[in-house]
Design a protein around this ligand. Structure first.
Ligand code: S3P
Length: 174
């Protein structure tokens, strides 16, 4: 284990946090968890339903609850987060913050090249309007950058290569 700290993966929707996390666990002893998965099981309904039946503020409150739990109770874990989770005030207390970075057009290309592209877009309420999603991306990018301890440029790289680069950079950062 490179350190006793968690790795917390941040980045925009569709950048490939889940895919990179799955490769990191194949090449290390980390166990991976995902904040969206935790929220869906807490609520027993999908993120899409939480946004539709409750609202975004309610979802952000759930993220806050998860962030407190992560800080107090989780160690040695790779934590993949939803694209807006980076706003949690205690983010840096949870672990080493790793940003998966990619230009917006390459994120779109990545999603569209997936066999289940339309399902991937539909399950993300904040991706339902492409223009708004791009504005959100532009608004968030400087915030992501300022929080990141480690940045991995994921564009034009395989998930395996990103995972290997991540493990090397996190080790150096420790
Ligand atoms: C969100 C990103 C989603 C999910 C929710 C809100 C965001 O996760 O948490 O739809 O605010 O960017 P992914 O980044 O895994 O798509």
């Amino acid at each position: 284990m490179p350190s006793c700290k968690n790795i917390i993966l941040i980045g925009f929707m569709g950048v490939g946090k889940g895919s990179v996390a799955r490769e990191v666990i194949k090449h290390s002893e980390y166990i991976a968890i995902d904040t969206d998965d935790i929220i869906e099981s807490m609520e027993n309904r999908s993120i899409k339903k939480i946004f539709a039946e409750s609202d975004e503020d309610y979802f952000r409150e759930l993220e806050k609850k998860v962030a407190m739990w992560l800080e107090n109770s989780v160690k040695n874990t790779l934590i993949s987060t939803g694209g807006g989770f980076y706003k949690q005030k205690n983010l840096k207390k949870i672990g080493v913050v790793v940003l998966l970075d990619s230009p917006f057009d390459k994120i779109l290309k990545r999603i569209n090249s997936h066999p289940n592209a339309s399902r991937k877009l539909k399950k993300r309420p904040l991706f339902s309007d492409l223009k708004k999603a791009e504005e959100l991306y532009n608004e968030r990018l400087p915030e992501y950058m300022s929080l990141a301890d480690v940045v991995i440029d994921v564009s034009d790289k395989s998930a395996v290569d990103c995972a290997k680069e991540l493990l090397i950079k996190v080790k150096k950062h420790a």
